[in-house]
Design a protein around this ligand. Sequence first.
Ligand code: UD1
Ligand code: CA
Length: 456
Amino acid sequence: MNNRFVVILAAGQGTRMKSRLYKVLHSVCGKPMVQHVVDQVSQIGVEETVVVVGHGAELVKEQLGDGITYVLQEEQLGTGHAVMQAEALLKDKEGVTIVLCGDTPLITKETMESLILFHEEQNAKATILTAKTEDPTGYGRIVRDSQGAVQRIVEHKDATSDERMITEINTGTYCFDNAALFAALKHVGNNNVQGEYYLPDVIEILQGQDELIAAYQTASFEETLGVNDRVALASAEAIMKNRINEAHMRNGVTIIDPQNTYIGAEVIIGMDTIIKPGTILTGKTVIGHECEIGPNTEIINSYVGNQTTIKQSVVTDSEIGNDVNVGPFAHIRPNSQISDEVKIGNFVEVKKSSFGKGSKASHLSYIGDAEVGNDVNLGCGSITVNYDGKNKFLTKIEDGAFVGCNSNLIAPVTIGKNSYIAAGSTITNDVPENALAIARERQTIKNEYITKLKEK
Ligand code: UD1
Ligand code: CA
């Protein structure tokens, strides 16, 4: 097997995106496009991955991290010029170089493998990954001779009207013999409509030297979609979404309505979990087995245990245990830890709080900056009053405490173990263990008051 090197082109601004964000950093299913490409590459086993950066170089590097060699293309003079930036690194190395674009997020490792294999079988100097499409607008076209041998690639903008009829396109992914690639690049000029040094021109140059050029046509045009604008970005999103949903279903997750289920590229879901319509799972979310999630639920960057139900709710940056019931209409905000067998019911907001095993806040509560022990019952309308307009304070509610309905717990305050808070209390002082706290006006009765009032 040949040594394999990879060059990923990611230096462009992406003018057609009309965006302040650099093109290759736009996300598809929550993951930047160039990261999708790098993640696939990292699964095929390569000696070195070189990413050509330019616009937004620092941000791209920050996104992709270590384990990659970066080369800077200071001026974006074209894709050929971009590959040239890797010359010093790669030209003396023996093997093949796979060139990929950072804006083709759907390309798979299987297709890369097939391309390399085909290149090696054909003993070619260059192999182009091509695809057929009914609407090739914008893509480079593959020009073949009458025998079907590849002659060159012509860019859409440079193509004659006849050439524009060609439906076989250049996907922007290639496999080259290393030495041949860098030798040919030296001869690439910029005499074309865009005044750029085109990488595809290498094909005509090698062809002119009687080198063998191969084309590996993939059956899936979809997979090679190049994202140049927001319309293509939405197409890529739809395709990736289907791919992700299908993978989860094949792994034993029930998705009731895949069209209306949005799962990020990095989300993990256990077997026999059921995802109901309108659910959005993003970031590094992990969901255990046999859960019921949704309908209409958004879970962002959170961990959910097994056999947990979350309905019509939003969960962000939090951890939820096993056999937990959340919702409908609950909001679990960042840095919350919800232990096993907890119930967070309707219209309950939890923020930066922990709930011990078996505790319940079943209805209409705000629990913020609180440490709630085990088996605590927070009655309907329990409120932690955590903010004085300037600072946030902690509320501690110890194991077994029972907080009556419509109580205000004015933080900082501790509600002792097994204590009771009478409904309607406003608690300003700590409550000792096993005590009953009543903090409200006593009721007075004025007999026949209304009768007398009406007589007046
Ligand atoms: C390119 C191909 C075209 C092919 C299509 C497939 C060329 C000249 N054309 O066109 O044949 O059908 O991809 O999607 O190669 N880039 C740099 N530096 C540069 C210019 C571009 O790093 O100086 C990067 C961009 O960030 C992008 C990639 O190269 O990731 C492709 O560039 P782009 O401008 O999108 O090329 P296309 O017009 O799509
Ligand atoms: Ca492109």
